[in-house]
Design a protein. Structure first.
Length: 181
């Protein structure tokens, strides 16, 4: 798996099959970031929830994001992510929070222009997390949420409103915009 565009284009993103992560494919990442191009990535503060290999957050860094916080519960995946971030030269623009998303949403401060979230598709969609995303995002922030085609998301959650979505096989990425607070 490689970075698609930007400063680190073509460089390898660390991934180990035995860590149980389902990385966002290059095809889907490319499509998602094409959608996000209209809102801009450069100089944005980003959080990558359920980071896994960090492919979404790393892509944002490569495309000019100012800062990315990665949230991942697995200590093995966090270790791999730290190694990848260091090898790509992004250590001064990123922090890995090795904790569950539930805890991170309570701890991280409201300062993100872009929230990326691609949780495991085996469980029900984390509606409770989506309801709380407004607490992480600045007004007008974009929230990109990956989910299974079997999961139906609401058109409005507390503080965020549906913009559009795109389907890529069994995967849907829904874009929401944070409202004024």
């Amino acid at each position: 798996m490689r970075v698609i565009a930007g400063e680190a284009k073509g460089r390898r993103i660390g991934s180990l099959r035995n860590l149980g992560a389902r990385p966002t494919t290059e095809r889907v990442r490319s499509a998602v970031f094409s959608l996000l191009e209209n809102t801009g990535i450069e100089d944005k503060r980003v959080v990558d929830l359920y980071a896994g290999t960090g492919s979404l957050g790393i892509e944002a860094l490569s495309r000019g994001a100012k800062w990315v916080d990665f949230v991942e519960a697995s200590s093995k995946r966090c270790s791999l992510l730290r190694s990848t971030i260091k090898s790509l030269g992004f250590s001064d623009k990123a922090k890995i929070h090795c904790m569950k998303v539930e805890k991170a949403v309570d701890i991280l401060v409201k300062s993100y222009d872009l929230v990326l979230m691609d949780p495991p598709y085996t469980s029900e969609p984390p509606h409770w997390v989506i309801h709380r995303l407004y607490s992480l995002a600045v007004p007008g922030a974009i929230l990109a949420l990956g989910h299974s085609k079997r999961h139906v998301l609401e058109s409005k959650y507390q503080g965020i409103t549906f913009m559009e979505d795109r389907r890529y096989g069994d995967i849907i990425f829904s874009l929401y915009r944070g409202g004024e607070v």
